[in-house]
Design a protein around this ligand. Structure first.
Ligand code: PLP
Length: 392
């Protein structure tokens, strides 16, 4: 057994949130202390604060391939997604495996606009033929498909999707919340009109995100204001800016873009090791998401264990200080598998036993070896209990 102390957390839930980078905290500190001024004021102390916001816009624009004046700050990924859909307010096509920030909203907007959910293949890739047919036969003005899925890590063919949307005169929005820091993002190259991000997914602070909105040929933004009030952010999203958050997100994305390749290689190597260690020692395990590994986020591993309850496995792993996430959502009546696992048709005998492991640049080989050993041990225990009950 690896000599990781039983008290040290092995954190493998980086798709949920990431640790704040020390350099990011350093960059934020002045704006939490002496440079506290309201950027809308006009005395001397506000100059550096306004400048810090402009720097963050440049850092973000350069990381995702847009212009600084196309970056609008939000409270996170959920708000950015909501703004893209509600701000454009028209008939919309989405994929069946979008985050709830898109899917729940689309369900609520159905009385006012048409929404079509396009199915995905068994590896989670959007059905491009179905997408093209829907665009041809319906009056859809917006397509929203996530760059990478938060559960199974599937990376979508954004260029093909945006090409089809534009061909039919629709705009293209992508939720890139899980992609940033793991795969290259370039709005211009990928034909993305609007892009959502969230800083806490790439070692920035929580409560800050952005919607990047490309100006159209007429020089106008294609969507309306989201929060009405003062004139901050061109009146498009009023309210005093979260300056420490904005500075932190700017720094975090600069670091993420600078170290992208190195971090992605590190994550993929350890993710593959985790998979090998588990699959070689535990029978009846199923990988969810695409093969080859390169079609998936480098930090994602989603596995289903036959005859195991994912929530139980998660709780048991927690006793060993291994933090992971299950592929199901508890509600008061039942534990139901996620809409993503259902959409990719994970077989019944596997679907409840799903666990998502998500790594980061900080994950170590020692942690991976320790986690794999604990997973093997816990699955064996849970299956043993189940079979013992069965044959009692
Ligand atoms: N979109 C995706 C794909 C996500 O994974 C998440 C968070 O898990 C969100 C949106 C929401 O982001 P936030 O937590 O910043 O609101």
């Amino acid at each position: 057994m690896s000599d990781i102390s039983a008290e040290k957390e092995v954190y493998l839930d980086n798709a949920a949130t990431t640790r704040l980078d020390a350099e990011v905290l350093d960059a934020m500190m002045p704006y939490l202390t002496d440079s506290f001024h309201n950027p809308s004021a006009i005395y001397g102390g506000t100059f550096s604060v306004r400048e810090a916001i402009e720097t963050a816009k440049k850092q973000i624009a350069s990381a995702v391939g847009c212009e600084p004046d196309e970056v609008f700050f939000t409270s996170g990924g959920t708000e950015a997604d909501n703004w893209a859909i509600r701000g454009y307010a028209s008939n919309t096509i989405v994929s069946a495996i979008e985050h709830k920030a898109i899917l729940e909203l689309s369900h609520r907007m159905r009385p006012y606009f048409k929404f079509r959910e396009i199915p995905v293949t068994s590896s989670g890739v959007i059905d491009l033929v179905e997408l093209a047919n829907s665009l041809r036969t319906g009056d859809f003005r917006l397509v929203s498909v996530m760059y990478a899925n938060n559960e199974i890590g599937t990376i979508q063919p954004l260029k093909e999707i945006s090409g089809r949307a534009h061909q039919m005169g629709a705009l293209f929005h992508t939720d890139a919340v899980q992609a940033i820091g793991h795969v290259p993002v370039d709005m211009r190259k990928l034909g993305v009109d609007m892009l959502s991000m969230s800083a806490h997914k790439f070692h920035g602070p929580k409560g800050i995100g952005a919607l990047c909105v490309r100006k159209q040929k007429n020089g106008q933004y294609p969507l309306g204001a989201y929060i009405i009030g003062g004139s901050q952010q061109k009146g498009m999203r009023a309210g005093t800016e979260n300056v420490p958050g904005i500075v932190g997100m700017g720094k975090a994305i600069e670091l993420a873009a600078r170290d992208l390749q190195k971090n992605a290689e590190h994550e993929a190597k350890l993710r593959n090791l985790l998979r090998e260690l588990i699959v070689s020692s535990v029978p009846d395990v199923r990988l969810n998401g695409p093969e080859p590994d390169s079609a998936r986020l480098p930090n994602n591993l989603n596995l289903s264990f036959k005859d195991v309850e994912g929530q139980q496995l998660l709780l048991m792993l927690d006793l060993w200080h291994v933090s992971v996430s299950a592929g199901s959502a508890c509600n008061t009546e039942s534990i139901s598998p996620s809409h993503v696992l259902q959409a990719i048709q994970v077989p019944q005998e596997y679907i409840q036993g799903t666990v998502r492991f998500s790594l980061s640049k900080d994950t170590t080989e020692e942690e991976i070896r320790y986690a794999a050993q604990r997973v093997g041990q816990c699955v064996k225990t849970l299956r043993g209990e189940l079979y013992a009950r069965h044959f009692q």
